[in-house]
Design a protein around this ligand. Structure first.
Ligand SMILES: C[S@@+](CC[C@H](N)C(=O)[O-])C[C@H]1O[C@@H](n2cnc3c(N)ncnc32)[C@H](O)[C@@H]1O
Length: 226
């Protein structure tokens, strides 16, 4: 049973309403996740594969940009919700069920802390990307969000000891989040950025989201031409 199976309904019905308010609501994207996907992915055509698509909440932004969203995830429970939003496959992002060099875009949104083998997963994403294809990573900010960061007061985030110790933890400043339920891996900024470089991708752009202290850090990387 995948870790998210037990919390899939809570994720869809409660957690996502704090991360994203209903469509059309003012300030509906407080972490700037939609804005960041728009900014880094940009308009395009063809398949955009989301690794760890969860309940499929990002499909509408990807579709708005002209892409055809397709998702993979390990959790049957999460995919039960995602099915209503995009075509999906039950698969481990470590072994994507796609041939080499056939997909023009891959997005990874708020998942790297769920993937202890993230560098291998980025390598696998690079394998399925076509030459010139784009990979967009949007994840929790390595510096300001982790078991070491106390965000109880958003005006004064406290960064405690722990940033430098790569670890998996369920420690969290809140019991309303994910880390306390399924745990999360921490990647320092250099470790995260090396994952793209080690996969042979060219890193092109960066973005941060959320304020006053960013909670999201994003990267656009590209597979080189043939
Ligand atoms: C925090 S949720 C994010 C879901 C979605 N991307 C979003 O933005 O709401 C993390 C998701 O990653 C999935 N996941 C974790 N490890 C995975 C793996 N190795 N392969 C595929 N999916 C994985 C989990 O099942 C879960 O649905």
């Amino acid at each position: 049973m995948a870790a998210y199976d037990e919390i899939a309904d809570w994720y869809e019905n409660q957690f996502l309403t704090s991360r994203r308010l209903p469509l059309g609501a003012p300030g509906r994207d407080p972490l700037d996740i939609d804005r960041t996907i728009r900014q880094l992915l940009g308009e395009g055509v063809g398949v955009c594969l989301e690794i760890g698509c969860g309940t499929g909440i990002n499909a509408h932004v990807v579709r708005e940009l002209g892409w055809v969203p397709v998702g993979v995830d390990l959790s049957v429970g999460m995919l039960g919700h995602a099915l209503l939003r995009l075509p999906v496959a039950l698969a481990d992002a470590k072994r994507l069920p796609f041939r080499d060099s056939g997909i023009p875009a891959v997005v990874s949104v708020m998942v790297h802390t769920d993937m202890p083998g993230y560098p291998d997963i980025i390598q696998e994403a690079a394998r399925v990307l076509e030459p010139g294809g784009v990979l967009v990573h949007v994840g929790v900010h390595p510096c300001f969000c982790g078991g070491f960061a106390d965000r109880a007061d958003p005006e004064a985030v406290v960064v405690r000891r722990g940033y430098l110790d790569r670890h998996w933890t369920t420690d969290s400043w809140t019991d309303q989040g994910l880390r306390d339920k399924v745990g999360a891996a921490h990647w320092s900024m250099p470790e995260l950025l090396h994952a793209f470089l080690d996969a042979g991708l060219a890193v092109e752009r960066f973005a941060e989201g959320g304020s006053p202290t960013p909670m999201v850090f994003a990267v656009r990387a590209r597979r080189g031409p043939r």
